[in-house]
Write a protein that binds this ligand. Structure first.
Ligand SMILES: CC(C)(COP(=O)(O)OP(=O)(O)OC[C@H]1O[C@@H](n2cnc3c(N)ncnc32)[C@H](O)[C@@H]1OP(=O)(O)O)[C@@H](O)C(=O)NCCC(=O)NCCS
Length: 204
């Protein structure tokens, strides 16, 4: 039976930092001694996390949603809504949902996973936290819901996020004009999660 605990993933930031230190400044003893003892825990979100998640969303992104939006996602798709926790504090989240939609890869209606929002507090970025959150969500979207494809929209100016998604196997499927309220275009990015190849190629 599916257990929430099964999806808890622990990353030792100290371990990652240590590897980085060894790579970049191998031999400099002082830097290696300043290793952080923080641990990042990737776990499913609960109702108690919603206020923290909203605060991170407001801090990191221009697209905000009311409390009821987050609660609805938690109630309907709580098994694909993850948070990252450091020392008992939420420092990042990924909110996803499942839709019946149009598969770009297959050219037909299919079960689609949608990454609605992802953010990591600025001081915790660059440590692989978003990668870990998205990897957990993608894995759960496949194993729990059997989605065929995962889609998301990203601002065309959001270089960091586009790099992150490309690293995780997403391709730019389409550029959508004036997608955001301020008039910026988005890329619709998709990730094929079936064994069968995808029928479309990246537009850039
Ligand atoms: C985008 C965001 C979620 C990345 O979080 P993160 O925890 O720093 O990401 P990771 O450490 O897992 O980085 C994964 C990849 O993202 C890309 N990336 C992250 N930071 C980057 C930067 N400063 N410059 C270029 N690429 C970057 C890289 O490809 C990186 O892989 P690498 O470390 O092998 O080079 C974070 O910057 C953020 O919260 N931004 C504001 C909110 C946002 O834009 N969300 C996306 C909305 S669509």
């Amino acid at each position: 039976m599916y257990s929430r605990r099964d999806h808890d993933i622990y990353i030792s930031v100290a371990h990652l930092f240590c590897i980085l230190c060894m790579k970049v400044i191998f031999g400099v003893r002082l830097k290696i001694m300043s290793i952080s003892s923080e641990y990042v825990k990737i776990r499913l979100a609960t109702k108690d996390d919603i206020d923290s998640v909203i605060a991170i969303n407001i801090e990191c992104l221009p697209e905000h949603y009311p409390y009821s939006f987050w609660l609805e996602h938690l109630e309907k798709w709580g098994d694909v809504f993850y948070v990252a926790e450091v020392d008992g504090h939420v420092v990042g989240y990924v909110l996803t949902r499942v839709e019946e939609g149009f598969s770009r890869c297959r050219g037909e209606e299919a079960k689609i996973g949608h990454i609605v929002s992802v953010a990591v507090k600025e001081e915790y970025r660059g440590r692989g936290i978003a990668t870990a959150l998205l990897t957990a969500a993608i894995s759960a979207l496949r194993s729990i819901y059997g989605v065929e494809e995962i889609q998301l929209e990203v601002r065309i100016s959001n270089y960091k996020a586009i790099k992150l998604y490309e690293k995780l196997g997403f391709i730019k499927a389409e550029r959508i004009k004036n997608y955001y309220l301020d008039g910026e275009d988005s890329y619709l990015m998709i990730k094929n999660v079936l064994e069968k190849p995808c029928n479309i190629k990246s537009i850039e």
